[in-house]
Design a protein around this ligand. Structure first.
Ligand SMILES: [Fe+2]
Ligand SMILES: [Fe+2]
Length: 199
């Protein structure tokens, strides 16, 4: 099993875009949060989040990503269950369905991090620690805001995650609150701690 430092090396080797790195760090934080609550291995779940889009810059279509990246991950020693979770985040392209809790979690956490990042960056403080769920909700309802994030898809993925891992007990806004809380804990590594106000 590779360590976090090696995984970070794979990421920085393949991903130069700051925003994409931030998205993967945010997904890592959300995955670790849920691993702790679902009896998962935070190291493995974290790896799935951190690496799930590692090949987007070299394979920037849903016909290639993440399928063409999977062999690179295997070669670098990323465990099988983590590669499975990564493949299952694009089931249409990969033909790999979600099976393990880690897979359902990754699908549910992926897109919503983008909306939370955008919601943080439009506010003057640019500090995720000051963001509230109700503010995210306001942005969510504005269809033009961060239009690339499909609300229907997030809703559907959250329902799947809830059904498969929470006996139906995880509601959408509770999930958003969880991801937000996880991201608050990673504010510094996400550069969402107010630092971007100066730069
Ligand atoms: Fe992706
Ligand atoms: Fe992603």
């Amino acid at each position: 099993m590779i360590d976090r430092e090696t995984a970070w090396g794979i990421l920085t080797e393949h991903v130069q875009d700051r925003g994409l790195r931030r998205h993967m760090l945010a997904t890592e934080a959300a995955m670790r949060f849920y691993a702790d609550r679902l009896d998962g291995d935070p190291e493995r779940w974290g790896l799935a989040g951190l690496l799930h889009d590692f090949d987007w810059e070299i394979h920037p279509t849903s016909e290639q990503h993440p399928m063409d990246g999977a062999p690179i991950l295997r070669e670098r020693g990323v465990p099988k269950d983590v590669v499975q979770a990564i493949l299952a985040h694009n089931p249409e392209g990969s033909g790999v369905d979600a099976e393990q809790p880690m897979d359902w979690a990754l699908r549910a956490c992926d897109e919503i991090t983008g909306l939370i990042i955008a919601a943080t960056l439009v506010r003057p403080a640019k500090d995720v620690r000051q963001l509230k769920v109700k503010s995210v909700k306001r942005n969510w309802k504005d269809k033009l805001f961060c239009a690339a994030v499909s609300r229907d898809e997030v809703r559907e993925m959250t329902e799947d995650f809830s059904r498969e891992c929470w006996d139906g007990g995880l509601e959408l806004w509770q999930h958003v609150g969880n991801v937000l809380e996880a991201m608050k804990g990673a504010a510094e590594s996400l550069d969402l701690d107010g630092r971007l106000v100066q730069s």
